[in-house]
Design a protein around this ligand. Structure first.
Ligand code: F3S
Length: 753
């Protein structure tokens, strides 16, 4: 992967001068986060200090990673950008669409068949545009990235919320929507609000039953699911240095569960060992040469209160194993208190299934420690009482742990090895009997445990813990079991106790793999044809959106006046619709079906002004489109909060909505609307929301003089012939106005402007 080495070299060459400039601009010692961010400014060397939590800053990430569900629309958009190749190293990983049912081989074959058109598209589009393609079965995006691409001091964006996993190897890695990935692959800067910083000082050392997972389970309990929003979490201290690189990855991975922008650890001996262990001694040598820039300044870590916005301290020597849940990952229980909590809350104590692995916890260390317990169970004649599954994070890990006998031990304990994929973690689990919706408990080493996530059953109580605790619980089959203190009865009726788990951070014989599942792209992709079946229900090539017609917009019909919360889920629902992520026309049939109509308090029921009848939102909008009539959507506060899903902006644009007028926007959605060439407007006077009537025809005036900071006028033509004229604001800058005029940001990129 010479492309990578050259890229990393180029990044590291810039480090000394960029850090020197950042030091001067900031005027005080720097955290690691600041070093990496300032080293990746689009403007080059820093000339000013950025205000944390306030300033929007342009960055140039070094790489892009995409998983198969989100890559589809990202790459369909990229095809519109008119580029021959991606501007930064990028990869696609086929991990989300494989359903776990009976076991690895059969499940993988079934998935290949079922998702053939999606895989063919992703494989061919990757081949054409210089993107590395990891086939189904190769592994889960974040584990594969950690093993192959993450590097200390780098910056990456990924179209998946657990992209921060790469922070374990000292990379700023952030989850984004497909439109952002498309921009960066096209060579454009990527904008981020300069984050605030939480410092987590780790002292002491882990021992016995406690593992890296327990650090983040504890942090989640302290910060809760919202506590990290707008923050980057930086870990440091002697305790941090004692953790393996993959353990650090686990902690950063699950930082997504506290809402953090990302999490990061500094470069240390463990990072170096992992780089060398994964065949990247060249990267380790280069990192060693600029070592001082790949960790925060000593003064920062000596006096963290002065440099971080918030500081948490955890003593690893005193940390207990934790179990978090059910239904939320921040309900943190130290193991010693968990049995009582199970009883007091009436959670089902009988454990049905224990699931280990996933992108969060499937390192060699995790698997070897869990296997040490499985071996004890076999040796001590304990029969696992619960079902038990293992999801390896990559083919490299799977092959190595099979070679070293761990999978065999799990098999003897009754475990089933699933495909190297997300599987049960993302609801791709054909769990038998789940449809009966019975109350039951499962425990996983995954990261999320919201209702219905694993098996679709709202009554499944899912708990999250380390792989070691999950394995011990699966052996006991009982959530009130405490492996640190309790005994179990074996086949011979004897009382036996599980000893502390033991494992290895890295395989003594090194990693091995026969076929890692990687497909390198064509050197010259110009002749490669992208495969999209025109009859496909799941994929559709995009057509460019039409440019602005050059006049004010008049006679727009009110499509819906949405009331209250209107998140990206209300605008473009997930669940069964995920299947259509690559087909804009088909997925548009979910447009705004979750939004509440302010005139009847119902969802998906709006008045068709042309017929006077009520219909479903997408159907009414399709009627307007067919008649060549534009429309407008009105919304309340924080419209479009939630995910960065670009479909929520593309669908209305595709169906002919011309403007979204709201009291306020969630910023990412507002930017997404602008990128798609839509008008994103806010009421100058929020009370004007009340003036909007169900039968309004609406004019937007002033577009011929559309300029930054200059309000536009909206005329509400009511059905009774009366009118209201109101002012509306916008936040378009010069460049974004050009997006609007061109019809979309992509149209402008394609035109080479
Ligand atoms: Fe996949 Fe679950 Fe990770 S969905 S990427 S294994 S969080």
């Amino acid at each position: 992967m010479a492309f990578d080495i050259e890229m990393i070299k180029a990044v590291y060459e810039k480090y000394p001068s960029r850090i020197a400039a950042a030091r001067k601009a900031v005027g005080k010692p720097l955290t690691l986060t600041e070093k990496i961010l300032y080293a990746h400014l689009t403007q080059g060397e820093a000339t000013q200090v950025f205000k944390r939590g306030a300033d929007y800053v342009d960055f140039n990430p070094d790489r892009v990673a995409m998983q198969d569900a989100t890559a589809q629309m990202a790459l369909l958009q990229f095809m519109q950008a008119g580029r021959d190749k991606v501007a930064v190293p990028s990869t696609v990983h086929c991990d989300h669409l494989i359903q776990a049912e009976v076991g690895a081989a059969a499940d993988l074959n079934k998935a290949k068949d079922k998702n053939r058109e999606v895989y063919e598209f992703l494989s061919s589009v990757s081949n054409k545009y210089g993107i590395g393609f990891w086939k189904p079965g190769a592994g889960i995006i974040h584990q594969v990235v950690l093993e192959n691409y993450a590097f200390p001091g780098g910056m990456m964006i990924g179209t998946d919320s657990h992209t921060p996993n790469a922070g374990g190897l000292g990379m700023i890695a952030i989850g984004v929507g497909g439109a952002d990935a498309c921009d960066v692959m096209a060579g454009l800067p990527w904008e981020l609000k300069f984050p605030k910083l939480i410092g987590v000082k780790l002292t002491g050392k882990l021992s016995g039953w406690t593992s890296a997972k327990d650090v983040i389970l504890k942090v989640a309990g302290i910060l809760t699911v919202k506590g990290g929003t707008g923050y980057i979490v930086e870990y440091f201290g002697e305790g941090a240095k004692s953790l393996s690189a993959t353990g650090k990855g686990t902690i950063c991975n699950m930082g997504a569960e506290i809402g953090a922008t990302t999490s990061i650890f500094g470069y240390d001996e463990k990072s170096e060992a992992y780089l060398r262990g994964t065949d990247r001694s060249d990267v380790a040598d280069m990192a060693n040469a600029i070592r001082e820039h790949l960790t925060g300044d000593a003064e920062v870590y000596d006096n963290p209160e002065k440099y971080f916005d918030q500081v948490i301290e955890i003593n690893l020597s005193e940390l207990e194993p934790h179990i978090n849940g059910p239904f939320t990952p921040d309900l943190a229980w130290p193991l010693s208190k968990f049995a009582a909590a199970v009883k007091e809350n009436g959670w089902p104590a009988k454990l049905e299934v224990g699931l280990i692995g996933s992108c969060t916890n499937s390192s060699y260390e995790d698997i070897s420690r869990a296997a040490s317990l499985a071996k004890q169970a076999v040796d001590k004649k304990l029969v696992a009482k619960s079902e038990f599954t293992i999801t390896p994070g990559s083919e490299q890990v799977r092959y190595t742990v099979e070679r070293d006998g761990f999978l065999d031990v799990f098999g003897k304990m009754g475990g089933v090895v699933l495909a190297n994929a997300c599987g049960p973690c993302i609801g791709q689990w054909a769990r038998h009997g789940a449809e009966k919706q019975e109350k039951n408990s499962i425990i996983t080493s995954f990261n999320r445990n919201f209702a219905k996530r694993a098996d679709g059953n709202p009554n499944t109580h899912a708990f999250v813990a380390s792989p070691e605790i999950v394995t011990a619980m699966a052996i006991a089959g009982d959530l009130t079991f405490n492996p640190m203190t309790d005994t179990l009865t074996n086949e011979d009726g004897q009382q036996v106790k599980l000893e502390e788990p033991k494992g290895l951070e890295l395989p003594t014989k090194g990693f091995a793999v026969e076929d890692a599942g990687y497909q390198a792209p064509a050197v010259d992709g110009s002749k490669v044809e992208v495969i999209v079946d025109p009859k496909s229900e799941r994929l559709q090539l995009l057509e460019p959106f039409k440019p602005w017609e050059g006049t004010d917009l008049k006679g727009l019909k009110l499509l819906i006046k949405a009331k209250g919360k209107c998140t990206t889920d209300h605008i473009s629902m997930a669940g069964p619709w995920l299947r259509f992520r690559g087909h804009l026309d088909n997925i548009s049939n979910n447009m705004l079906i979750g939004a509440v109509n302010a005139f009847n308090n119902e969802t998906n029921k709006v008045k068709n002004q042309l017929t006077g009848e009520y219909g479903e939102v997408p159907a009414v909008q399709r009627h307007y489109k067919q008649q060549g009539i534009g429309s407008i959507v009105v919304g309340d506060e924080n419209y479009g909060e939630g995910s960065s899903r670009e479909h929520a902006a593309m669908e209305p644009r595709f169906l002919g909505v011309r403007a979204i007028l709201v009291k306020s926007f969630a910023r990412i959605h507002e930017t997404n609307l602008k990128k798609q060439g839509m008008l994103a407007l806010t009421f100058a006077n929020p009370a004007d929301y009340d003036l909007i009537q169900e039968d309004d025809s609406i004019d937007i005036i002033g577009l011929t003089e559309f300029a930054p900071g200059k309000p536009l006028t909206v005329v509400l033509n009511h059905a009774d012939g009366s009118k209201d004229e109101i002012k509306v604001n916008h936040t378009y800058n010069e460049g974004q106005i050009e997006w609007f005029k061109a019809g979309s940001a992509l149209n402008l990129i394609k035109a080479g402007i």
